[in-house]
Design a protein around this ligand. Structure first.
Ligand code: T46
Length: 406
C-alpha cells in the first residue's frame, strides 16, 4: 500500500474536526453553497433523491451540514435530521439553518456506531466524506443500514484513491508534513462496493476530478493552471463518455445502495437481530457490551465460544434445539450462518461484532465459511443438555410437524 493512513485515535480524529468547525463558524450558508466543490458535488447527490415523494432523511456526520441543509431547502416537504458527534458542528449547522429559515431541519448529536434511532426509521441516509475518517467504517455503514427502511436508500461518498488528491497526501508524507485532516482512507471503487455488500447497489458515481489538482497548488502555484486545463479536458471527455472520468477519477466517488428487505432482515421464524452497544476506541480496540435482560433479552446461564477455525471446509451446527434460546455473535472475522425453520431458509453473513442473531428453538442452523480469524460467541438461556438437541434433519421436520399439530 503506497498510501499509508496515519494511525491516530478516534478522539484525535474528532479533535481535528472540532477545530475545523470552530474555524468555520458561520459565514453565510449561501457562500458555502456557492463553493466550487459543492456546485460540482450537490447535483450528483440530488440525482439520487426521489423528487416524487416526501422523505425522512438522515445525514450522518453532517460536518458543515451543507448537504443536509441544501436538501432541506430543495425538498421542503421532507424532514431532514443532520447528525454529528461534535457539538461544534451542530452549532454551526443550527446557525445556518436559522439564517436559511428552514423549518424541516433538526440537528442531533449522534455517534455513527450507536445511532439512537429505531430500526427502519429513514427513507434516505446521506453520508458525505465521513466513513473515510472511520477506521472501522464497515460497522458505521451497518448502523446506517439498520436505521434505513426496507428499500430505503443510502448515498455515501468517500475520497477516491485514483485521484490527484492521493498524490497530494503522498507528497505530504514524503516531505514529512502531516496531512491537515490526519487519518483519511482513500477508497478504491471495489472497497466502497464491499462496504455496501448487504445492499443492492443502484449507482456508482463521482465528481470533480480536477479538484485534487487544485489542492496541489499548496505545493506549487502551477497546479492551479494545470487544474484548470485538466478540468476542461475531463468535462469535455465526461460529456462524450457518460461521465466516465468523474465516476472513476473524481475527487470523491459515490455509491448509492438500496436496502434489500429479504437479506438484511430475518425472514425465518424464531430468529431476530439484536445490537449491542459499541465503543470505538481505535486504535486501542473496541468495547462491545451486552447486558442480560436488557440488550440480550433473557437471563444468561451459559456462554461458549468457538475459535481456531482453520479448516476452510469446516461446518458446525447442523442441528436445532427444542427449547433453548441463544444469541450468536461473530466477535472477530466472519462466517456464514444458514437458518432453516422447516419452511423458510435464510443465509446471513456475520461480520460485525456488535450484531447478534437469535437462535430460538426449532430453528435448524449451520455455520460455515469461517474466516481464519473468526471467533464465534454464543450466549444461552440454559445449561448444556444433549436431550435438547435435534441432530437429524428428518427428525427436525417431524418435530416441528408434530409441534404444529399439538
Ligand atoms: C449451537 C451452536 C451455535 C458441551 O458439552 N457443552 C456445551 O455447552 C456445548 C455447547 C457443547 N458441548 C459438547 C457437545 C458436543 O459433544 O461439545 C461437543 C461439540 O458440540 P457441537 O457439536 O454441538 O458444537 P456445534 O458448534 O456444532 O454447536 C454449538 C452448540 O453445541 C449448539 O448448541 O447452537 O454451537
Amino acid at each position: 500500500m503506497w498510501l499509508p493512513a496515519n494511525k491516530i485515535s478516534q478522539k484525535e480524529i474528532n479533535k481535528v474536526w472540532s477545530e475545523e468547525w470552530k474555524k468555520q463558524m458561520p459565514e453565510s450558508p449561501k457562500r458555502i453553497f456557492a463553493q466550487r466543490l459543492f456546485l460540482e458535488s450537490y447535483p450528483v447527490f440530488k440525482k439520487y433523491i426521489s423528487q416524487t415523494q416526501d422523505l425522512k432523511i438522515l445525514e450522518v456526520g453532517g460536518g458543515s451540514g451543507r448537504y443536509g441543509l441544501k436538501i432541506a431547502e430543495d425538498f421542503p416537504g421532507s424532514q431532514v435530521i443532520i447528525s454529528d458527534i461534535l457539538t461544534e458542528s451542530l452549532e454551526l449547522i443550527k446557525k445556518m439553518a436559522a439564517v436559511l429559515g428552514l423549518a424541516n431541519i433538526e440537528t442531533r448529536k449522534e455517534d455513527v456506531f450507536n445511532l439512537s434511532f429505531p430500526d427502519e426509521s429513514f427513507d434516505l441516509v446521506v453520508c458525505d466524506a465521513v466513513i473515510q475518517y472511520l477506521p472501522n467504517y464497515r460497522w458505521g455503514i451497518d448502523e446506517m443500514i439498520r436505521v434505513l427502511k426496507p428499500n430505503g436508500r443510502i448515498i455515501v461518498t468517500v475520497s477516491n484513491y485514483w485521484n490527484f488528491h492521493s498524490l497530494y497526501k503522498l507528497f505530504k508524507i514524503i516531505f514529512g508534513s502531516k496531512y491537515e485532516y490526519q487519518y483519511e482512507k482513500s477508497f478504491k471503487k471495489n472497497e466502497l462496493r464491499e462496504a455496501l455488500k448487504n445492499m443492492r447497489i443502484i449507482a456508482e458515481d463521482g465528481y470533480y476530478p480536477a479538484y485534487g489538482l487544485f489542492r496541489l497548488k499548496k505545493i506549487n502555484f502551477l497546479f492551479k493552471y494545470l487544474g484548470k486545463i485538466f478540468n476542461r479536458i475531463t468535462k469535455f471527455l465526461d460529456f462524450f463518455s457518460g461521465r466516465f472520468f468523474s465516476k472513476n477519477f473524481g475527487y470523491k466517488i459515490m455509491a448509492v445502495g438500496e436496502k434489500i428487505f429479504q437479506n438484511s432482515n430475518i425472514i425465518v421464524k424464531n430468529s431476530g437481530v439484536i445490537k449491542l452497544q459499541f465503543f470505538n476506541d481505535y486504535p486501542d480496540g473496541n468495547l462491545v457490551i451486552g447486558e442480560a435482560q436488557r440488550s440480550v433479552p433473557f437471563k444468561i446461564k451459559r456462554i461458549y465460544y468457538i475459535n481456531n477455525l482453520e479448516n476452510p471446509a469446516a461446518a458446525r451446527g447442523k442441528h436445532a434445539h427444542k427449547k433453548l434460546e441463544q444469541y450468536i455473535f461473530c466477535v472477530s472475522g466472519s462466517f456464514s450462518l444458514e437458518l432453516d425453520d422447516g419452511n423458510m431458509k435464510q443465509k446471513i453473513v456475520l461480520d460485525n461484532p456488535y450484531r447478534g442473531i437469535r437462535l430460538g428453538p426449532k430453528l435448524w442452523h449451520t455455520m460455515s465459511n469461517f474466516s481464519e480469524d473468526c471467533v464465534i460467541l454464543v450466549v444461552a438461556d440454559d445449561y448444556y443438555d444433549e436431550n435438547d438437541y435435534i441432530r437429524n434433519y428428518e427428525d427436525f421436520l417431524n418435530f416441528i410437524k408434530n409441534d404444529q399439530i399439538q
